[in-house]
Design a protein around this ligand. Structure first.
Ligand code: PRX
Length: 633
């Protein structure tokens, strides 16, 4: 790739050019991809509507760039290495040629089931190779994939399928995660009771969990693939045609379908992958995320494959069979780049050095962190014990809405500082704003993080509700994309992300909306009202603290707590279960009825010395009462 930056001077040059001449900058990069027809205009935009178009008029198919393009030169190179949940089961290694054939076969099955360009397809699969294949098969025929993380509940899936009006669901009988087997098809069956748009369900066999197959709707994937042709012409897509929808939580109750489009997403995924990780063939790249999240979309599937890399996909969890599993995988495949989340690092760190000792980690050359702020202790542990003091760590800040990494060191090029995402990538123009919407200039300052110019991976819309996209991201600060994050810029101009400033909690790197959890808690029998806030959690980064009012008054029974947790798990998924529940008689509200979350956050954090002025509250004594009953531990 000619767009790979090789030195800090080159980074500075690229950055300057990207600001002075963004169209020239991104146009030159885009030239290095395979287009059926070149674009007419590199960029057209306004942040008022918002309306952003990259590479307008360009025609392409992203899978031709991820697969076909590599067949001549590296058809026998491994595209994917799949490591199963159980280390005793055989791994699967797939070359670019094999992946091409699998994707084509799968695409032909989708076509047989009536899928065509623009149709939405929901993918609810474990981390098996078929997940990557399914994603690419959708892209091959121009269908829009909506991958739903395997941990979400039937209701959450139904909501997403209904919102996107999906016509096909791709799932499996079940999923293995550590010692657990999760019956995915059963969950889908429940979800589909409310989803008349779904005409076909393709079921991959993984766990051999007995399933119910509805005639005329449900088909075994392996059977369907048997006769399918291993060639499938790629659909010609416009650069701005939708590639995928990915649902993510916001401050309001309903998750939003973030939309990314073909051309800009492809260019941004490949550019950031190549530069941040300084990828060079034949390096082995291991991103531990699930493809159900944006990190997996961009840095397991599209980014690495667009660059002809070898990408490792792991089905299981970092602590099964023991807390040395990730290091075993690094050892087994001689992994060079390891990209993971602070939560995983903190939890493995806590398990102790005995799981690291004796593992050969000498193949590692670069480490990455994503999803939440990384604390210094975890950073140093990762650096010393995993990287043996030799590997640069890239602390990459970005979001589902940005499609790819925005602020990050370039491995081995940018000088790092623990806890800092450091500097913006070329093409990214961050600004810090104060409460009044004024830009805060200079260094040694902090504020709300916005981006003032489009980059190719920027969110285009929220599916089916463009106004929501405008209000959420482009309305708070006029003419800016608002990230929802707080940030400081230190004396050297380095950026450090301090966390969300809206009602979103980041639990183990997963975004959870407080309103979503409150809605679920309120559905539990006997609950009158609830308020949910985040609090610092040693392993998860943030934990979920719920204040709950019940009909019975203040109840302390363990069964009520368990009941509420079970309801949340059933309605959203186990990731949204509260870590702490405090039963309260009332909530601190203003006279206009607004919950004072600031106070609840402080109590949950254990910072009760300075709660600020509470005299304006409807019922000031309630604060002391809540404070005295706070769940500590
Ligand atoms: O708060 C930021 C945090 O994760 C949020 C985005 O979450 P999501 O869309 O699920 O994407 C996660 C994977 C890209 C951000 O608004 N976040 C992400 N990376 C970092 C981070 N916070 C601090 N440092 C990071 N490196």
């Amino acid at each position: 790739m000619n767009y790979q930056i090789r030195s800090f001077e080159e980074y500075e040059d690229a950055y300057r050019k990207s600001v002075e001449d963004p169209e020239g900058f991104w146009g030159e990069i885009a030239e290095q991809f395979q287009w059926r027809k070149k674009w007419d205009k590199v960029l057209q935009w306004n942040f008022e509507e918002p309306d952003v178009k990259w590479f307008q008029g360009g025609k392409l198919n992203i899978t031709e760039n991820c697969l076909d393009r590599h067949l001549q030169t590296q058809g026998n190179t491994l595209a994917l290495i799949w490591e199963p949940n159980d280390p005793r089961e055989a791994a699967v290694k797939i070359t670019y040629r094999e992946l091409y054939e699998k994707v084509c076969r799968f695409a032909n099955v989708l076509k047989k089931h009536g899928a065509k360009k623009g149709d939405r397809i929901c993918i609810y699969l474990p981390m098996v190779p078929e997940l990557a294949v399914a994603v690419l098969a959708c892209a091959r025929i121009g269908a829009i994939h909506s991958v739903v993380f395997g941990g979400f509940s039937a209701r959450s899936i139904a909501e997403r399928i209904q919102d996107a009006q999906c016509s096909i669901v791709i799932t499996a009988d079940g999923s293995f995660r550590g010692t657990k087997t999760i019956p995915l098809k059963e969950v889908i069956d429940d979800a589909l009771e409310q989803c008349p748009s779904v005409k076909s369900v393709l079921v991959h066999t993984r766990t051999r969990t007995p399933v119910y197959m509805q005639r005329g709707r449900d088909y075994w994937l392996q059977e369907e693939l048997k006769g399918a042709d291993s060639d499938c012409p790629a659909e010609e897509m416009d650069a701005e045609d939708m590639l995928f929808i990915l649902y993510t939580s916001g401050s309001t109750g309903k998750p939003k379908g973030v939309v990314h489009t073909c051309g800009g997403y492809m260019v941004y995924a490949a550019y950031t992958f190549s530069n941040v990780f300084q990828y060079a063939q034949p390096e082995i790249h291991f991103c531990t995320a699930d493809i159900g999240w944006i990190t997996g979309h961009t840095y397991i599937v599209y980014g690495p494959l667009a660059c002809g890399a070898t990408s490792v996909m792991f089905e299981g969890v970092p602590n099964y069979p023991d807390a040395g599993r990730l290091w075993d995988i690094v050892d087994k495949y001689r992994v060079n780049i390891l990209y993971t989340a602070p939560t995983a690092i903190r939890s493995l760190m806590q398990s102790g050095m005995k799981f690291v000792e004796g593992k050969d980690l000498s193949s590692l050359t670069k480490l990455g962190s994503v999803g939440e702020p990384i604390n210094e202790e975890a950073w140093y542990w990762f650096h010393e014990h995993i990287g043996k003091g030799q590997c640069p760590i890239v602390d990459t800040w970005w979001q589902t809405e940005t499609a790819g990494i925005m602020i990050s060191p370039l491995a081995g090029i940018t000088e790092t500082k623990p806890g800092y995402a450091t500097l913006p990538l070329p093409g990214v123009q961050p600004v810090l704003l104060d409460e009044k919407g004024e830009e805060i200039q200079g260094n040694g300052v902090s504020g709300n993080l916005c981006i003032k110019f489009p980059w190719p991976g920027i969110i285009r819309t929220t599916y089916g509700d463009h106004e929501r996209c405008r209000q959420n991201y482009f309305d708070t600060y006029k003419g800016m994309y608002f990230t929802g994050d707080g940030c400081l810029r230190d004396k050297d101009g380095y950026y450090r992300i301090t966390g969300r400033v809206d009602d979103v909690i980041n639990v183990s790197g997963h975004r959870i909306g407080t309103a979503e959890v409150e809605n679920a808690i309120n559905m539990h029998t006997g609950v009158v009202e609830s308020a949910v806030v985040g609090y610092p959690h040693a392993i998860k980064g943030q934990g979920i603290y719920a204040y709950v009012i019940t009909e019975k008054g203040i109840e302390e029974e363990e069964s009520a707590r368990q009941g509420i947790s079970a309801t949340v798990a059933r309605l959203i998924g186990p990731i949204a279960k509260p870590d702490k529940i405090q039963f309260v008689r009332g909530l601190p509200k203003t006279r206009s009825g607004k919950i004072m979350r600031r106070i609840l956050r402080k109590i949950a954090e254990g910072d009760t010395a300075n709660l600020g002025d509470t005299s304006a509250l409807l019922d000031p004594p309630i604060v002391d009462e809540i404070k005295n009953g706070a769940v500590i531990s």
